[in-house]
Design a protein around this ligand. Structure first.
Ligand SMILES: [Fe+2]
Length: 345
């Protein structure tokens, strides 16, 4: 396995680049905008293909690299379902898995630092974001933070992992890089409380100044910018209602780009084909399934995904590959459901 812990010294952020092998797919956790060139150089040097970029939560101390990585690699951007960030193309919840070739992260919902804080568990390692830090815990005094929820996330979820589980936080300001669950249980001063009320008291009396970047970073991380707006300007977007009207026509192929787990969990548009986003390039190239469908049978390709972000990227790629009828359902199956479109399970 390839595992790299990268550091942004300005914000004290740790970013993790993970892949199962050289030459294979990679994912990145908590990338920082200013370091995107560095990450992509490393991705290239290790001959990796970045397919997913994940944030543990909406950061207040730095601007996320998710948008820049999406624009430069067309990777899928992932956060928890509570997130307000518009850049996210795949939302996950407790019990889901974030999979790439050869490895997967188990998703744990660990709110408290923020209401969109998640931890990710992978083969004896846990990425705790700012929920549980090395000898500390993330502050709970803004972004819908809640010390009670954080206590529950830490004591009833993270500390129940095996003691030897390696703990990789999103931040450290003292130079520590890794700890273990067992070590934090024993030595983390914030966890030496006798009750949940004592923890709440402790967290409510930290009196910390706001992070320097907060007023810039939070709005910037919520509004990174959508691909969908550009796609719509080109006339390549259908509203859910428009798509409903042409569903079932013989000259239309509705194509679901989501992963199998998302299809099972949220259902599909009846009669749609499945062509996962990860295989897009292959499918739209000459000889590929979608290429043949558009070229040989003249069908109009209508992509959709969860919220319209992956499908917007797919429309651009398909148009670039010469599939001039390609369009997508703006807002994805989320918009389709809100417009009372039929769903099959
Ligand atoms: Fe944070």
């Amino acid at each position: 396995m390839i595992f790299r812990q990268l550091f942004d010294s300005v914000s004290g952020t740790y970013t993790y680049l993970i892949a199962s092998r050289r030459g294979g797919e990679a994912l990145i956790i908590d990338p920082v905008l200013e370091k995107v060139d560095r990450y992509l150089k490393l991705v290239e040097e290790l001959d990796l293909k970045l397919v997913k970029a994940v944030d543990t939560h909406l950061h207040a101390d730095h601007i996320t690299g998710l948008g820049a990585l999406r624009d430069r690699t067309h990777c899928v951007t992932v956060m928890g379902e509570q997130t307000l960030a518009d850049v996210v193309s795949m939302r996950v919840a407790e019990g889901d898995r974030i999979a790439i070739e050869g490895l997967s992260l188990d998703v744990l919902y660990t709110p408290g630092h923020t209401d969109d804080s998640y931890s990710f568990l992978m083969e004896g390692r846990v990425f705790t974001g700012d929920t549980l830090l090395i000898r500390g815990t993330g502050r709970t005094d803004f972004q819908n933070g809640n010390p009670r929820q954080q206590y529950d996330s830490i004591f009833n979820k993270l500390l129940r992992l095996p003691d030897e589980t390696l703990l990789y936080p999103a931040h450290d300001y003292k130079g520590d890089t890794v700890s273990t669950i067992g070590e934090e249980r024993l030595f983390n001063p914030r966890l030496k409380v006798q009750s949940i009320d004592e923890y709440v008291d402790l967290m409510n009396n930290l009196n910390l100044p706001n992070p320097k970047m907060m007023d810039v970073a939070v709005p910037a991380n919520i509004h990174v910018g959508l691909h969908q707006d550009l796609i719509a300007l080109n006339g390549w977007a259908l509203s859910a209602t428009d798509a409903m009207a042409i569903r079932g026509r013989s000259d239309v192929a509705i194509v679901d780009l989501r992963e199998r787990s998302e299809r099972e969990k949220y259902g599909v548009i009846p009669g749609s084909l499945h062509a996962p986003y990860a295989d897009l390039q292959e499918n739209i190239s000459a000889g590929g399934m979608l290429h043949e469908l558009a070229a040989a049978t003249g069908k109009r390709i209508v992509f959709y995904c969860a919220f319209g972000e992956r499908s917007a990227m797919a429309v651009q790629a398909a148009q670039d590959a010469g599939l001039v009828t390609a369009c997508h359902i703006q807002g994805g199956i989320d918009a389709w459901k809100k417009a009372d479109g039929p769903i099959a399970h």
